[in-house]
Design a protein around this ligand. Structure first.
Ligand code: UDP
Ligand code: GLC
Ligand code: MN
Length: 324
């Protein structure tokens, strides 16, 4: 249906990788819906080009930030203020109904039946099941609703500093009013739930339709050894189930990396994927030889190498050494 779409969001190149894998997974499972990516202006040219190959529509939007440091600190996720940007999805009024999906979700089977649901349908949040998780939700674009949501933000803010707090405040009867708006958990299986209720995962996990890599560590935070089919440094239990993580990386390395490689051409590009310990690609070689002045320039252009030299661990090591 041309007036129905799956929508995702990426404000930087790391989340853009997630969006690419999500888009590919929806296509692989033969969705008949349009695919839309909302992106921030920071996304690099090569990443925009790849997104345009996968999605029907790539729309640049202003990045909104809650700036709510106090509430975000409670979740230990200072980075999530920008998720207010998600609210732009209500402005896509050339569609009558949409399903929003976080860029850190992966589709495991066709989920077009979600379009039979009404606004606002979503699955429970694993941390507080009377709240819905805003990583997957059905909504109807409307400028009126968009306006009301922004007004709600101004008047009440967000109890978690991100979009999920706003949306649960706004659609506050979700928990009690209409059970048909409760999506089964298998449409948004948060990877952390696997470890908090392992027997249930063993019983029902094979029915999962969407896996959500919720939490600080994302699939793209890892370095994947494609030959050994292993992750360097191992996988932290809380972040993901190895099978789903492997599914993500298999799709990323086989379908997305070649597209990125083509778009980056001779520019240095770090896939996060190593073939084996000893071989370093030409691009990786160039990158390690890049002068600190060049790296500074890339940082300032919003093109930090989050997966490599500028990874969180490396930044933390540097800060620790200063503090000592
Ligand atoms: N997001 C983004 N840039 C950011 C942080 C988040 O584009 O810097 C988008 C992206 O679509 C992401 C969603 O907002 O999937 C929600 O953030 P995240 O998935 O990290 O939250 P979690 O599900 O881990 O709570
Ligand atoms: C959540 C959701 C995510 C949302 C974030 C901030 O944990 O998974 O989609 O952006 O909270 O509210
Ligand atoms: Mn998420």
């Amino acid at each position: 249906m041309a007036d129905q779409a799956f929508v995702t969001l990426a404000t930087n190149d790391s989340y853009a990788r997630g969006a690419m894998v999500l888009g590919k997974s929806l296509r692989n499972h033969k969705t008949s819906k349009k695919l839309v990516a909302l992106i921030g202006p920071q996304i690099s040219e090569p990443c925009q080009a790849v997104l345009k190959l996968i999605f029907d529509e790539v729309k640049v939007v202003d990045v909104l930030d809650s700036g709510d440091v106090a509430h975000l600190a409670m979740m230990n996720r200072p980075d999530l203020g920008v998720t207010f940007t998600k609210l732009h999805c209500w402005t896509l009024t050339h569609y009558s109904k949409c399903v929003f999906m976080d860029a850190d979700t992966l589709v495991l089977s066709n989920i077009d039946d979600l379009f039979e649901r009404e606004e606002l349908s979503a699955a429970p949040d694993p941390g507080w099941p009377d709240c819905f998780n805003s990583g997957v939700f059905v909504f109807c674009p409307s400028l009126e609703t968009h306006g009301k949501l922004l007004q709600y933000c101004t008047e009440h803010g967000s109890f978690d500093g991100g979009d999920q707090g706003v949306l649960n405040g706004f659609f506050s009867t979700w928990a009690t009013a209409d059970i048909s708006k409760h999506l089964p958990f298998i449409y948004n299986l948060s990877s952390i739930a696997i470890y908090t209720y392992l027997p249930a995962f063993k019983q029902f996990g094979s029915n999962a339709k969407v896996v959500h890599f919720l939490g600080k560590t994302k699939p793209w935070s890892y370095t994947y050894d494609a030959k050994a089919k292993q992750f360097k440094g191992g996988v932290s239990e809380a972040s993901a189930h190895p099978t789903f993580l492997l599914d993500w990386w298999t799709l990323f390395s086989s379908a997305v990396v070649p597209m990125l490689q083509e778009q980056y051409g001779d520019q240095p590009f770090h896939s996060g994927c190593v073939k084996d310990e000893s071989s370093t690609s030409a691009a990786e070689e160039t990158e390690s030889q890049m002068s600190s002045e060049d790296r500074k320039k890339k940082w300032e252009q919003g093109q930090a190498d989050y997966m490599g030299m500028d990874s969180f661990d490396n930044i933390k090591k540097k800060l620790d050494s200063f503090l000592k």
